[in-house]
Design a protein around this ligand. Structure first.
Ligand SMILES: Cc1cc2nc3c(=O)[nH]c(=O)nc-3n(C[C@H](O)[C@H](O)[C@H](O)COP(=O)(O)OP(=O)(O)OC[C@H]3O[C@@H](n4cnc5c(N)ncnc54)[C@H](O)[C@@H]3O)c2cc1C
Length: 708
């Protein structure tokens, strides 16, 4: 058995998606080590159903393979990044905007790109069909366009023919033109395109289409592997595809595997097609597993021909399809379409069968891994430190010109770089809430128990993530310590990371206080809530990938510019200081309660429930009864909404929308106690300052209530 190694899966293509599925279903087969999937998006599209999507027969989610969920289920770390190169000498994969990834074994399943004239994509020369996502967005945009300009497809393959008929079906009145090389169209397709009303131009001049006006010009003109593969010095064919042995290992580099459209088996070359990417999954999985257990690798010989099913529409606009095998073509017939549809849907259903991450309810990570308020307060009191709990400012004054705070949590996500960045931003927000900027930080990083080479990789990724967050705000990481966990490492092992940070910043001349709310103050929130429930649902495989992407993009954005803007506004307007806190583990209501507790006793807050912003997907998940494991303890803050015998409620939940849906109301109550990682700043300020903040330059803020 080889020692645990660093495996990097580059690109979330069909082979890698199926490989992950196998490891999700059979965890014991997964090689020991740090396995990371890096891909451009959190989903990958199953191209066999793309023409159906374009025609309006499928919804986008019908053909999206959820890579993030699949990686979670397979115990594989997942990171979203654009791969920009490969340095074989240093054994690193280069990524845009973040540090390179070290590998011992690398597997490439990156697909291909469509070459377009002059190498431009998305300008007047037209749009490439691959990568698929921008091409589909370009098609979607035309739905709202009322011009009559035609759309043009350029290409002589089946994808161009299928897409021409799909676009015809989507836009019955818009002209659809197909420019195809002479002699490439079978009589059956010629007839079908004529019936559909697609305008076919048979010409060898590839620039002919560019001469006539078109609303969209879509190139389906073959495929090329990404140029950086050849630039890395790997042996490639004329299309830039990595030449491999039958074991799928690169001819000149046995530590690199390649499959799908970006690869070609030297002895059995096949045209780029999803069929081969799918079929390569089994030998690729076997060989990666065999390599790690020092077993012999297997050779794979793809069959000579593959069945191709091509969808279209008949004269009544009903879906139909053709079957092609070698040189034989049958159809069109509706039953071939039904057959194709069944095969495609069955393929996609395979990705829903994999188990959810772990079994039973799981403890939440990130800031939801905090101790609830009640035991914290009791412990502080027992230790004679009650004052720490009763006057809870976000950062402590060091008695001189400095403020200090400390924060941290068990890894929220399996990407160590992004996790480091999020922890740094989260810890910084304690100082921001005091109106201070971060000057320096020290870190204690607990690493999972594993081989030192893997710990080194996890540590360097984490440190780079911390640096990215601190340096962007002019702060420095000035020291720290590492520890090794004593418990067994989880899978993926990057979830065993734990980062704690102490942050220091210059005390502003007039620090903002948590207490200090005044009657008439407006309450503003700097960003939407909902990270707790989204990541709780993600562990059950229930959060939508685009909602998690949205949340992570928000969390990874530093809020220090908001503090700087606010300081500027205060000095310009000679305004009274705002009161401020950051919303973290106890949720909005818990932290608002702390503000009220440390302000004048007679104050009451009226919250406008309909103005409290939620991240996309959060309310839907709360309605479906998902909740962070810290939420039950946080619900004690609901008592602020209850009038006691002689006292009115401290917080009144008003709704400015008419109508009352109990389900919506309950979801809102849950949102108010949802624990936040990298949560919003909560500001109490004068009406004039609130108005200024809500103007053009500061539109991030949401006005959510008033103090009376
Ligand atoms: C309209 C259309 C219809 C098609 N229909 C069929 C069909 O019915 N049957 C069939 O067999 N074939 C079909 N094909 C061909 C098929 O799309 C490809 O052969 C197949 O997708 C190749 O699979 P793959 O696993 O190699 O890569 P892909 O499926 O292309 O996946 C590559 C993955 O890697 C990611 N990636 C790529 N580059 C980077 C990077 N630099 N950094 C980070 N991530 C990256 C991508 O985001 C993507 O998730 C069709 C093609 C088109 C355009």
């Amino acid at each position: 058995m080889s020692p645990p190694a660093k495996y990097v899966l580059a690109g979330g293509g069909h082979s890698h998606a199926l490989l992950l599925r196998t490891w999700a279903m059979h965890p014991k087969r997964r090689p020991k080590g740090l396995i990371t999937l890096v891909s451009r998006h959190s989903t990958t599209l199953y191209s066999g159903m793309v023409p159906g999507l374009v025609a309006g027969l499928y919804r986008r989610q019908d053909l999206e393979i959820n890579l993030r969920r699949l990686a979670d289920q397979a115990g594989v770390a997942f990171l979203i990044a654009e791969i920009t190169g490969l340095d074989r000498q240093r054994q690193v994969l280069l990524l845009a905007g973040r540090p390179p990834l070290n590998y011992d074994e690398l597997s490439l399943n990156l697909g291909c790109i469509t070459p377009v004239p002059n190498g431009n994509v998305g300008d007047q020369d037209g749009m490439a069909i691959k990568p698929l996502e921008p091409a589909i967005s370009a098609v979607d945009q035309i739905d709202t366009d009322h011009s009559d300009d035609p759309v043009q497809l350029i290409g002589s393959g089946l994808a161009a023919i299928e897409l021409a008929m799909a676009l015809r079906h989507r836009w019955p009145t818009r002209k659809v033109q197909l420019q195809i090389k002479p002699g490439r169209l079978s009589p059956a397709f010629q007839k079908a395109l004529a019936i559909a009303g697609v305008d076919v131009h048979q010409t060898i001049e590839s620039s002919a289409a560019a001469k006539s006006p078109a609303r969209l010009r879509l190139h389906c003109t073959g495929s090329r592997a990404p140029a950086w593969l050849a630039e890395s010095g790997l042996e490639v064919d004329a299309r830039g595809r990595v030449r491999t042995a039958p074991t799928l290992q690169a001819l000149d580099n046995t530590d690199i595997f390649a499959s799908g459209d970006c690869a070609v088996i030297d002895q059995d070359p096949r045209p780029a097609s999803g069929v081969w990417a799918v079929r390569a999954a089994a030998p690729l999985t076997h060989n990666l597993e065999a390599l790690c257990s020092n077993k012999p690798l297997k050779s794979w010989r793809p069959q000579r021909h593959a069945l191709q099913l091509v969808g279209g529409f008949d004269s009544r606009e009903e879906p139909t399809a053709w079957g092609l095998w070698g040189g034989i073509q049958i159809g069109p017939h509706p039953w071939i379409w039904r057959w194709k549809q069944r095969i495609d849907r069955q393929f996609m259903a395979r990705f829903d069968q994999a188990p959810a991450m772990g079994s039973g309810p799981m403890d939440c990570r990130g800031c939801a891994a905090k101790l609830p308020a009640a035991p914290l307060e009791a412990a502080l009191e027992a230790a004679g430190l009650k004052s720490l709990g009763s006057s809870p400012e976000d950062a402590a004054s060091l008695g001189n010109d400095w403020l200090q705070s400390v924060d941290g949590f068990p890894a929220l996500i399996s990407d160590p770089w992004l996790n480091g960045r999020l922890t740094a931003l989260h810890a910084s927000s304690d100082l921001w809430a005091c109106g201070a900027s971060v000057d320096s930080a020290m870190a204690v990083i607990t690493l999972p128990k594993t081989a030192t080479a893997l710990q080194q990789e996890l540590l360097s990724q984490t440190l780079s993530g911390l640096r990215s967050a601190f340096e962007s705000q002019g702060a420095r990481l000035i020291g720290g310590h590492t520890l090794e966990a004593r418990a067994e490492a989880p899978t993926p092992m990057s979830l065993g990371l734990q980062v704690s940070l102490s942050v220091n910043g210059k005390r502003p001349a007039h620090p903002w206080k948590k207490g200090g709310l005044r009657a008439g103050d407006q309450l503003l929130l700097s960003r939407p809530l909902g990270t707790g429930v989204l990541f709780a649902a993600a562990m059950a495989g229930a959060a939508e990938p685009e909602d998690l992407d949205h949340a992570l993009a928000q969390m990874g954005t530093s809020q220090h510019p908001l503090v700087e803007q606010l300081q500027e506004l205060i000095s310009l307007e000679a305004e009274a200081l705002p009161s401020c806190t950051d919303v973290t583990g106890f949720g909005l209501l818990g932290h608002l309660g702390e503000m009220l507790q440390t302000s004048s006793q007679s104050l009451q807050v009226v919250l406008d429930g309909s103005a409290v912003p939620a991240l996309p997907g959060a309310l839907k998940l709360l309605k479906a009864q998902y909740a962070s494991s810290l939420a039950p303890a946080n619900r004690r803050a609901w008592s602020l909404l209850d009038p006691s015998q002689d006292q009115p409620a401290k917080v009144i939940l008003a709704r400015s929308v008419s109508g009352f849906d109990p389900e919506d109301h309950q979801a809102l109550l849950e949102l108010l106690v949802d624990p936040q990682t990298c949560g919003p700043l909560l500001l109490g300020c004068s009406e004039a300052m609130a108005d200024a903040l809500l103007q053009a330059d500061y539109t991030q803020w949401h006005r959510i209530g008033v103090v009376q």
